[in-house]
Design a protein around this ligand. Structure first.
Ligand code: DHB
Ligand code: FE
Length: 282
């Protein structure tokens, strides 16, 4: 059976790609953000995952407002980055893990999650940046399964539903007949609002409580409705749903326990409170 190693959560912001491209990582504005990553890379170098199952949200690139699945799972041999173009001019496609994609899709449908299956799928900064941050040298040593959660067009899935989805994805991975090592990734958040009267809204108290809850009380955020989460984290802060799915996926198996490998929190990058967290499953 496949081995679940742990989970990673990181914010995604197109400007990060621009900073990587310009080599600006050590500039005062960027340094507190990029300095979070070396311990994560060291851990990844030790545990060496083969596959990353990536919980993320599309931003109107592969799914636009005319067709917006609540949950979609990639089942493609590769995922081409077609981002809006602020960032890194050329990025290698992410390599898919077809067998695991279908394992996850079949299990989710069996568990009554009516997901959209995507045998072709473009990805944006939400998928491409985490890999670039974890493996800056390129030539990613992992394949991926993208699991897209709608956080952009109402109605959004409830936090409790996202938690249940994450758990079901974890079950599917735990039951995968493979000797490969799998890590879960959450891409998004933490608090931010890009437009409207509250543009620039950030809630450090809530963010830190949320990050802590993933260690001590993983279901904590499911007490909130989507409107409450928008109120507390901003219209784009609801991207933190991906973190909830990642943590839920780690609850399967003999033990639901995790140990914190490393975390970082820095405000702001662009309009966003950036969070970073690595959890090792034991
Ligand atoms: C920003 C944050 C996001 O999550 C995103 O998808 C795009 C932009 C920002 O803060 O600029
Ligand atoms: Fe985003």
């Amino acid at each position: 059976m496949a081995k679940i190693i742990g989970g990673l959560g990181t914010s995604h912001i197109p400007a990060i790609g621009g900073a990587i491209h310009r080599g600006a990582q050590q500039e005062p504005y960027w340094k507190p953000f990029f300095d979070g990553f070396p311990p994560i890379r060291e851990w990844l170098g030790q545990v060496k995952p083969d596959v990353m199952v990536m919980f993320y949200n599309d931003h109107g690139l592969n799914f636009f407002l005319d067709k917006m699945p609540t949950f979609a799972v990639g089942a493609a041999p590769q995922y081409v980055n077609s981002d809006e173009g602020w960032g890194i001019p050329s990025l290698e496609p992410l390599r898919g893990e077809l067998d695991l994609s279908w394992q996850i899709i079949n299990h989710l449908i069996d568990k009554e999650f009516d997901v959209t299956t995507c045998q072709e799928m473009l990805v944006d900064h939400a998928c491409s940046l985490p890999l670039k941050l974890f493996y800056p040298e390129g030539n990613y040593p992992v394949t991926v399964v993208p699991v897209c959660i709608n956080t952009v067009q109402f109605p959004l899935p409830k936090a409790s539903r996202v938690y249940a989805l994450g758990k079901a994805v974890g079950e599917a991975v735990a039951a995968w007949d493979s000797s490969k090592k799998v890590a879960f990734v959450a891409s998004g958040g933490l608090s931010h609002q890009l437009d409207g009267e509250r543009a620039g809204f950030i809630n450090k108290t809530f963010d830190l409580q949320f990050m802590e809850s993933l260690l001590s009380n993983p279901e904590w955020a499911t007490q909130y409705s989507i409107h409450e989460l928008v109120e507390k984290t901003g219209t784009q802060g609801v991207e933190l749903l991906a973190w909830l799915a990642m943590r839920a996926a780690l609850t399967v198996g003999e033990s639901s326990g995790v140990r914190k490998v490393h975390s970082n929190y820095h405000i702001p990058i662009s309009n966003t409170a950036t969070g970073l967290l690595a959890l090792e499953k034991f």
